[in-house]
Design a protein around this ligand. Sequence first.
Ligand code: FAD
Length: 469
Amino acid sequence: MVAVMWFRRDLRLEDNTALKQALLESDKLILLFHVNPAQFLDENSLNMSAFFNSVETFRKKVAEEGATLQIVYGELEEVFKKLKEKVPDWSDIYVNRDESGFGLERDKKAGEMFQELDVSAHGFHDHYIHSAQEIKTNAGTPYKVFTPYYNKWKERPKPGIIETDFSSKTCLKDKLFPEDMNKFQELLDDLALLPDLELGTDKAQERLDEFIENDLAQYEEARDFPLKDATSRLSKHLRTGELSIRTVYNKVMDANQTKGRSTFIQELAWRDFYNMIYASHPDQKDVAIKKAFTKVEWDNNEENFKAWKEGKTGFPIVDAAMRQLNGTGWMHNRLRMITASFLTKDLLIDWRWGERYFQEKLIDYDSASNIGGWQWAASTGTDGVPYFRIFNPTTQSERFDKKGDFIRKFVPELNHVQGKKIHQPEKLTEKEQKEYNVIIGKDYPNPIVSHKNKRKLAIKAFEKSKKVM
Ligand code: FAD
């Protein structure tokens, strides 16, 4: 039987459910990645750049193993029809299914198309520890709150690593569409450059081992402090699937290190939870889950939005975080919470604007987690932060970057500022400004809003929406 293994966000030859099955059941196997123009943002998007560089790293890995990753480029129907014309005896296709968002819609269309092409499609659950359908309330409905979901999640038996003995023996080596490969290379050349991306399965495995060895034990105490860099940084590998979630789970569980483990595993459960939420609220990218907050009157001031994006709000922790995002494509979790809260509450800017900006910039962009995180911070999501409990950016800064060294790392204008005023540089006296070589209002902005006033306005806006609904 001639089959296709269609890779999407499972860019690895190890612990891969669909690939294992495809290798077992086919006589000849075509390894394929489809570059779909419908999925591109723009070429300046760090998200796209990182994703396609992962694909390229995977293509090279497959070549090292003596096989070819066929890159096909174009609209969905066009490319698979073209493939069928080229390989008329192609009869089966193997995929790891998507359960939400763009991937789910694409898979529905693809399913119909494969029927027309007389190709049997085999779909597998692979991307999460537990699929969106697995953990339900006793009434069979999706959970709305994380804690009871997690209690059930913990009790469920966990999947082991799926041993996938990859061999290129039955894989097609000829390049079927060299012109598409060229187009893909051109796309790579045009994409925004990011240094030191460290992508691919080998790097991901190394990072996982290092994390277990060096950071897991301190994870619980250290994970909230951006400067400590104490989290796993595995998100960029998990979203492309160059690392399997089962490998992460099982290696962490098998490690000698037990300290920090349950807190880390709980984060993996959040990933499953948000996937389940997205699957049960397919319009979640555009619509607030909490109906009471669908009528919030956002201020949506363009100038404030620009200042937030550029890291020029006059709130050092927010600015440092946004500059970390713009410069590296990644932002620490605590800072994602602070910047998202600041945008939606202090600036009263629509969470969808922020969600889309993160989509453009994050090298670990994952729709379910990003939308979930934004709706959480905006209080519009299921189990979100209560609308009246608004983060104070200054106290957050004092607590999680006490000495201000994270701020200094990303906001060089404040490099010489000493003491507590690093968190509120607008309080520096003229003498101090001279001493620290920064003029507030010129070298570094005054705060663009008053947190005290904006906090009250945000609460009013949410309460007004509640009354209208
Ligand atoms: P670790 O702390 O080492 O956690 C291990 C893994 O657990 C992560 O790689 C991730 O897969 C998962 N995880 C941890 N925290 C969460 C969480 N709160 N929700 C879901 N999964 C989690 N995560 C993304 O992967 N992609 C996104 O686009 C994304 N956008 C976010 C937007 C906002 C506004 C917020 C508040 C959070 C967002 N997160 C997102 C969740 C979290 O910030 C990142 O997963 C985490 O910072 C990644 O770093 P790490 O791998 O070092 O995490």
